[in-house]
Design a protein around this ligand. Structure first.
Ligand code: UDP
Ligand code: MG
Length: 310
């Protein structure tokens, strides 16, 4: 029975070998007792360092190691997708290269799914130790907001560290959208998922690629991909302002009839103009976001370009 291990790598030259050793060590019991054969699929997401050389060396040493090298950086979602599409195993693990996802959990995740009781084993961090507090704060806000405005149940602090059955993976791959927000895709497809919890650990080498800004944009992607509430909010704004303007028009007419038309009110006119144009730009902006996403979907460019693979 083959278990595929899919690993997205972006500038991970110093982490890959450590990761590989640790993974082999953690999965030894599975290989010995459950007659599991491993297949590694490393995806070099357009790294600027020597990640690709490290991968070639590793593949030369171990025939179970396969790799994909992208022509440029396409992002972690694309890297994961490429690896999942290439995987041939009955069970598939997705895991980060920096050992922030403990390989030691994989055997119990495998138990859960191989027993047939679950289709997927997911993982979540129960602490965000070692992370800037402001980041954790906004992450919590984001999960709460997502729960409110989308129909899917996004699990707090769920990681991309998963072990899934072939059936589950096929369901994941049947979603063809360009704007891939896997934190939403996984809960969307359903199935029975068992959650494993662990404490946050620091990455083994290298540094994180997720700046605060990048995470912020990623969260916007998620909202737009899995909720159309912002569009509803835009039209609610419209309705509320329309109603208010009726009341205001009535007030102006009555005032004109009773008091005539003294020329003042520059301040109130300016306030109204500024307020309404602000709202208009804001709602047009929301429309624009959805339109831009629709535009990329319609162009249906490939998710990634492969430069080299083995
Ligand atoms: N990664 C990737 N492409 C990117 C950014 C990250 O393939 O554009 C990979 C990275 O090599 C790592 C995983 O995604 O294996 C998680 O990235 P990172 O550790 O930087 O994120 P964090 O753990 O800080 O959330
Ligand atoms: Mg990491």
């Amino acid at each position: 029975m083959i278990v595929s291990v899919v690993v997205p790598c972006y500038n991970e030259e110093s982490a890959i070998n450590l990761f590989y050793d640790e993974m082999i060590r953690a999965l030894k019991p599975l290989m010995e007792t459950k007659s599991v054969t491993l297949e590694f699929i490393f995806v070099d997401d357009g790294s600027g360092d020597s990640t690709r050389a490290v991968l070639r060396d590793l593949a030369a040493q171990d025939s179970r190691v396969r790799y994909i090298i992208f022509s440029r950086n396409f992002g972690k979602e694309a890297a994961l997708l490429a690896g999942l599409q290439k995987a041939q195993g009955e069970y598939i693990v997705t895991i980060d290269a920096d050992l922030q996802d403990p390989p030691a959990l994989v055997p119990s995740m495998f138990e859960a799914v191989a027993s047939g009781e679950f289709d997927c084993a997911g993982s979540r961090r129960i602490t965000r130790k070692g992370e800037p507090p402001i980041r954790s704060f906004f992450a919590r806000r984001f999960y709460r907001l997502m729960k409110k405005i989308s129909d899917i149940e996004i699990v707090d602090n769920a990681r991309d560290f998963r072990l899934m059955s072939r059936a589950y993976l096929n369901a994941v791959l049947s979603l063809h959208e360009r704007n891939r927000f896997s934190k939403g895709i996984f809960p969307w497809i359903g199935f029975r998922v068992k959650w494993f919890e662990y404490e946050n650990v620091q990455r083994i080498a290298g540094e994180t690629k997720w700046s605060f800004w990048r995470l912020f944009l990623y969260s916007l992607d998620g909202i737009i991909a899995f909720s159309s509430k912002p569009l509803a909010i835009a039209s609610w704004f419209g309705i509320v302002i329309f109603t208010l303007s009726f009341i205001f028009i009535a007030f102006i007419i009555v005032r004109k009839l009773i008091f005539g038309d003294p020329v003042d009110g520059w301040a109130s006119t300016m306030c109204i103009i500024l307020f309404c144009s602000g709202i208009q730009l804001f709602t047009v902006g929301i429309l624009g976001q959805y339109m831009a996403k629709t535009y990329t979907e319609v162009k249906s460019r490939p998710h990634y370009i492969i430069q080299e693979e083995k």
